[in-house]
Design a protein around this ligand. Structure first.
Ligand code: ATP
Ligand code: HMH
Length: 274
């Protein structure tokens, strides 16, 4: 029998399905991994922005995580929106106790629309309790700036930030994403004392809602499948590039990416005569 690989996302919701836990589950499914989800916050949002959010209770989140871990142990876990100090403390404790093989931390702070998804007072807890447990952390440039407390403008500063997040803050690997810069979309990975860069052309589209969630979810799925960090990030980059390039063009604002694109692309290649 083929092995069933399992991934868990601990994150907030997006009822329009482009970001958060909905995007994560779709990405897990696309990558052939059994997807599970623990909801930290219910967010009223769409492609136009975030209206409001409500956190689930500590007790409920704790029991959701226990329900998963006691029953179906994930091969990899990702965290997205965690919102508050209490939730971060709870998740950090549960992750440590569960002794998860691979943990991908997407340090979600602010939605593309500008709405804060993490209370400002929780940043130190994110740094102290979760970054040291991360197999891979996937900050965008504004998030990396908050973590290291320095501004990042150049490629060299992206490299320095990735290295600092590993060496000073204790993640095993860090990938600083270049989505928020101009020009080519270049992401910088620091791992095992080496840099790797992942590049795609910048696609001229406003439909980038949930790119970071999807990218980190694909990395999580690939790590669950026992791929190396470099292989997982390579697939994550190919997946998100295809998903942005072949936009669905739906939604009145910044629309979602196309989660089908990567699989369709590979199936087309597979159908080519040898
Ligand atoms: N217009 C674009 N064209 C090509 N690649 C892009 C574009 N925008 C972002 N990317 C890529 O998408 C991935 C996600 O990066 P991004 O910086 O957008 O994440 P994010 O800001 O955390 O996303 P979100 O908060 O909306 O989930 C990275 O690999 C980045 O290089
Ligand atoms: C729930 C959630 N997580 C992450 C993002 C990323 O911006 C979002 N928009 N919503």
């Amino acid at each position: 029998m083929t092995e069933i690989y399992k991934a868990l996302s601990i994150a907030g919701t997006d009822p329009t399905g482009g970001a958060g836990i909905h995007a994560d589950l779709k990405a897990f499914q696309e990558q052939g991994v059994y997807g599970m989800a623990v909801i930290t916050s219910v967010v009223a949002q769409n492609t136009l922005g975030v209206k409001s959010f409500e956190e689930m209770s500590q007790n409920n989140i704790s029991q959701q995580i226990d329900c998963v871990i006691e029953d179906i142990k994930p091969d990899a876990v990702k965290t997205g929106m965690l919102a508050s100090i209490d939730i971060i403390e709870l998740v950090a404790e549960k992750l440590k106790a569960a002794n998860i093989q691979s943990y991908v931390m997407d340090p979600v702070m602010v939605a593309k629309s500008g709405h804060h998804l993490l209370y400002q007072d929780a940043i130190d807890h994110l740094k102290k309790l979760l970054i040291p447990q991360a197999t891979v952390i996937t900050p965008n440039i504004p998030e990396a700036e908050v973590i290291i407390g320095k501004s990042i403008e150049t490629l060299q500063q992206m490299r320095d930030a990735a290295k600092e997040i590993v060496q000073v803050y204790g993640a095993k690997a860090a990938i600083v994403k270049g989505g928020h810069r101009d020009g080519e979309a270049r992401d910088v990975l620091y791992f095992d004392e080496n840099f790797e860069e992942f590049v795609s052309p910048r696609f001229d589209t406003k439909h980038t809602h949930g790119t970071g969630c999807t990218f980190s979810a694909v990395i999580t799925a690939e790590l669950a499948k026992q791929k190396s960090i470099k292989e997982a990030v390579t697939v994550g980059k190919e997946f998100i590039s295809a998903a942005i390039k072949h936009t669905l063009g739906i939604g009145k604002g910044q629309g979602p990416t196309n989660h089908f694109a990567y699989r369709s692309m590979n199936q087309q290649i597979a159908r080519q005569p040898l």
